[in-house]
Design a protein around this ligand. Sequence first.
Ligand SMILES: [Zn+2]
Length: 133
Amino acid sequence: MAEFKCYICSEKAMTGEKFTFTNLGAVHYDCFISHRRKELGNEHSEELSDLAVILDAELTHLLVLLKTETHSEEGKKHLQSKYKEIEKSAGETTKLISSLHKCTFSQSKPFFRYAIQDLEIYILLSRCYRNLK
Ligand SMILES: [Zn+2]
């Protein structure tokens, strides 16, 4: 049984529990989502909720596969390859959730420029550009 430590609550994250991996390490699903919600405040709240539902479904799928019994070597191989597929997909969703960022001044880009009496006024779009690392 694999065992990891959640970097948010410092409790163990064990096989059979819903957890995922970010570049900071292992993290429980619930810890991850609530931490991200706090960090982002009102920004991207709907997108975060949508992604949280998707990740939850993927992690649930993984747990179901983990408990699935196989009766042949072939069946075992199919199960392992399916498990890897869903694991990859959950990793991608985790990345999308990690990439949601709060809008900062430097991330806003001037979109329209008006020249009024030699004064240039930049209208900064409130739209946030995602900081994809
Ligand atoms: Zn935790």
